[in-house]
Design a protein around this ligand. Structure first.
Ligand code: ZN
Ligand code: ZN
Length: 301
């Protein structure tokens, strides 16, 4: 599972600060999460293939999270895209994008599907045999969702040496990978643990931006491997955070600790701070490990 933070700053794009966007490379999918201005350039810099993006998840309709989307949709057309593109985001996103396409008489020549969200409960928005993606209802100034990405269990790994030694026929291999014990011709039962290795543990990633401190999300993101949580402010600006419905680094760490996550990645820093080191320090007083999101930085978990 590779998380690439394309941009992780609040509000306006600046020379060295891109608004929110990231990709999650997981079980063969390259999911794009939020699409602030500059996302295309950041994708190019990170050498991520545009054609691999088939699903885009948008948290909310503040500009710093989706103003890059019309440009990207348009570029896909210019690149001659033929594959379907699915966009998941708040109700209104279809109107916003299609209005721009209509005004420019530049309809896509590839199938474009919108999945508009209105639910205030966590719902599954995408699922295949490898991955499940659900919403994480957040509490911000407008309707906002985070997204939870969960790998599914995979088959157990066949111990080829063992199955060969027991003389087990290939037609039983799938059964064994499904965890079944095997009865040999002589009537002896071989337990599955002798024939297989444990598969890798399914991984999970939760994206939470933007939101005020919202402990109700804890049960939804319980035990995830990695949590990205916004930290727009430091604790010294806690009042301002509450007023603008954002979080502090300390509050992000409290959520991480209560949800027992494996690691916390911070982002969505306000421009008022000269350095992001204080965010890490503040969060680490509550929870470890903490990683600072940085534009263009890839994390392998
Ligand atoms: Zn924002
Ligand atoms: Zn916002």
């Amino acid at each position: 599972m590779q998380l690439t933070v394309l941009g992780c700053h609040a509000a306006t794009p600046r020379t060295l600060a891109n608004p929110t966007s990231q990709t999650l490379d997981i079980r063969g999918h390259l999911f794009l999460i939020d699409c602030g201005e500059g996302t295309q350039v950041q994708l190019r810099k990170s050498k991520l293939k545009f054609s691999r993006i088939k699903h885009i998840f948008i948290s909310h309709l503040h500009g710093d999270h989706f103003f890059g989307l019309p440009g990207l949709v348009s570029t896909f057309r210019l690149l001659g895209r033929e594959n379907e593109l699915h966009i998941y985001g708040p109700k209104g996103i279809k109107e916003a994008i299609t209005m721009l396409l209509k005004l420019g008489d530049s309809w896509t020549n590839y199938p474009l599907y919108f999945h508009e969200l209105t639910s205030k409960e966590s719902i599954v928005v995408f699922e295949d045999d490898k991955i499940k993606v659900s919403t994480i209802p957040l509490n911000h100034r407008i309707y906002t969702n985070g997204f939870l990405f969960q790998e599914k269990e995979v088959d157990r790994k066949l111990n080829i040496e063992a199955v060969t030694a027991f003389g087990i026929d290939k037609c039983y291999y799938q059964k064994i990978k499904n965890g079944k014990d095997i009865t040999l011709d002589n009537g002896n039962v071989v337990s599955n643990t002798k024939l297989t290795f444990d598969p890798p543990k399914p991984k999970s990633y939760a994206f939470c931006s933007d939101t005020v401190f919202e402990p109700s999300i804890v049960p939804i993101i319980k035990d995830v491997d990695v949590l990205y949580h916004e930290a727009t402010f430091l604790d010294s600006e806690a009042e301002l955070a509450t007023k603008t419905k954002h979080s502090t680094a300390k509050q992000a760490a409290i959520i991480a600790k209560d949800a027992n996550v494996g690691a916390l990645v911070l982002g969505h820093y306000s421009t008022r701070y000269k350095s992001t080191d204080l965010f890490k320090q503040e969060a680490e007083e509550v929870f470890k490990p903490v990683f600072l999101g940085e534009d263009g930085k890839a994390f392998n978990f």
